[in-house]
Design a protein around this ligand. Structure first.
Ligand code: PMP
Length: 351
C-alpha cells in the first residue's frame, strides 16, 4: 500500500439540506421559493435555441453583470457573478482571507463558512451570538483577517440594523468585510449603499431565494471596482467559464421583471407573518425573522420529535444537530396552502 493518502486534501464537507423526491411533499427545508421564476424566465427557457450550447458562454458573464448593475444603479465593474452565492463566497474566501489573523464570523451562522475556512486552511474564530441570537458588533472590533456574516443571519433569521453594520465596518478598515445578503429581500435593509463609502465592503446576494432560481445557481457580489477585479483574477485562474449560457440568459430575464419580484416577495412576507402568529398560538417561540424562514422551538416538545413527526407526513423542515440550536427547527416559508397544511397537522399532533 502506497502512502498517497498522506497527500490528500482532507476536508469536513458541508452537508446540504435533503432534496427528497416524494410525489406529494411539502418541502420547507432549504429555503427555496415556492413560486415559479418570473414569466420571462420561463418564456426564454421555452424558446431557447439549444444550438447555442455548442459555444462557450461569455467568460466575463457580461449580459448578466450588466443587467444586475443596471438594476442596482452600479457600474458593471462593481459586479461579480458566480454559480450560486456559494461559488461567489468560496471565491471571496480564496481571494481575500489570506492573513495570519483569524477571520471572524458568528458561532451560529451559515454552516458553510467554517467548511471553506477548513478546506482553504484559513484560521477563523467564531463570536457567540447573544442569548437572543443577536450579533454583537463589539465582538468584531479585535484584530482579524476578515469578517463575514449573513444579514439577516442564517439560520436565525435575525436582522442587523445598518447602523450596527456601519459600526463593524468602522472598526475594520484594513480587512475585507463581507455581508452575505442571501435573505435581504424579505424585509431587511441592504448594506449596498455603503459600498461607495467603504472600499473594503462586499455585499453578496443570490437568485436562489427571492428570485425563485435555486436550481439555476446564480449568485453575485457587489463592491468597489478593485475588489471585483481581484475576484475576477482568481476566478479566471480557477475556471474561466463559471456560468452556463442558460444561466446568463435566464438570469437577465429574472432581473428585468421588477413587478413579479415585488409581488412574490410581498406574498412570502405576508405568509411569513401569518405563520408567525399561528406558530406562536401553538406554543412555539422564535425571534422576529426577516427572512423566508422561521427558526423556532417549542415550549415543551423537543425539536427532534416534531421533526420526525413532520417527516412522517412528508413535511420536510430543517434540524441542525449542533450546540445551542439543537432544540430549534428552521421552517421555510412556502405557499399559504403549504403553511396551512403544516399548521393544521401541528395543531392536531400537539393537542
Ligand atoms: N448564504 C446563506 C446565508 C445561505 O443560507 C445560502 C443558502 N444555502 C447561501 C448563501 C447559498 O445560496 P446559493 O448558493 O444558492 O446562492
Amino acid at each position: 500500500m502506497g502512502n498517497w493518502e498522506d497527500y490528500v486534501r482532507k476536508v469536513e464537507p458541508y452537508v446540504p439540506g435533503e432534496q427528497p423526491d416524494a410525489a406529494r411533499m411539502i418541502k420547507l427545508n432549504t429555503n427555496e421559493n415556492p413560486y415559479p421564476p418570473a414569466p420571462g424566465v420561463l418564456r426564454v427557457l421555452r424558446e431557447y435555441d439549444g444550438n447555442r450550447l455548442r459555444l462557450y458562454p461569455a467568460p466575463d458573464c457580461k449580459p448578466l453583470v450588466e443587467a444586475i448593475a443596471e438594476y442596482y444603479g452600479l457600474k458593471p465593474e462593481q459586479v461579480f457573478t458566480g454559480v450560486g452565492s456559494d461559488d461567489v463566497l468560496a471565491m471571496i474566501f480564496l481571494t481575500f482571507f489570506n492573513a495570519k489573523q483569524p477571520v471572524f464570523f458568528p458561532d451560529i451562522t451559515y454552516s458553510f463558512y467554517d467548511v471553506w475556512a477548513g478546506m482553504l486552511r484559513i484560521p477563523y474564530e467564531t463570536k457567540a451570538l447573544d442569548e437572543d441570537f443577536r450579533i454583537r458588533p463589539e465582538d468584531y472590533y479585535g484584530e482579524n483577517g476578515g469578517v463575514i456574516f449573513p444579514n439577516p443571519n442564517a439560520p436565525t433569521g435575525i436582522l442587523m440594523e445598518l447602523s450596527a453594520i456601519r459600526d463593524i465596518l468602522d472598526h475594520n478598515r484594513d480587512v475585507i468585510v463581507v455581508v452575505d445578503e442571501a435573505y435581504i429581500d424579505f424585509g431587511g435593509e441592504s448594506a449596498l449603499p455603503l459600498i461607495d463609502e467603504y472600499d473594503n465592503l462586499l455585499v453578496v446576494q443570490t437568485f436562489s431565494k427571492s428570485r425563485s432560481m435555486a436550481g439555476m445557481r446564480i449568485g453575485y457580489a457587489m463592491g468597489n471596482e478593485r475588489l471585483i477585479r481581484y475576484l475576477n483574477d482568481v476566478k479566471y485562474s480557477f475556471n474561466s467559464y463559471t456560468m452556463t449560457q442558460l444561466s446568463l440568459a435566464l438570469g437577465v430575464e429574472a432581473v428585468r421583471d421588477r413587478a413579479y419580484f415585488e409581488e412574490t416577495r410581498q406574498k412570502i412576507i405576508a405568509t411569513r407573518e401569518w405563520t408567525k402568529g399561528e406558530l406562536r398560538g401553538l406554543g412555539f417561540t422564535f425571534g422576529d425573522s426577516m427572512s423566508n424562514f422561521i427558526f423556532a422551538r417549542h415550549e415543551s416538545v423537543p425539536a427532534e420529535e416534531i421533526f420526525a413527526a413532520l417527516r412522517e407526513q412528508n413535511i420536510y423542515v430543517r434540524h441542525f444537530n449542533s450546540e445551542r440550536i439543537r432544540n430549534y427547527l428552521r421552517i421555510s416559508i412556502g405557499t399559504p396552502e403549504e403553511m396551512e397544511a403544516l399548521i393544521r397537522f401541528l395543531r392536531g399532533w400537539l393537542a
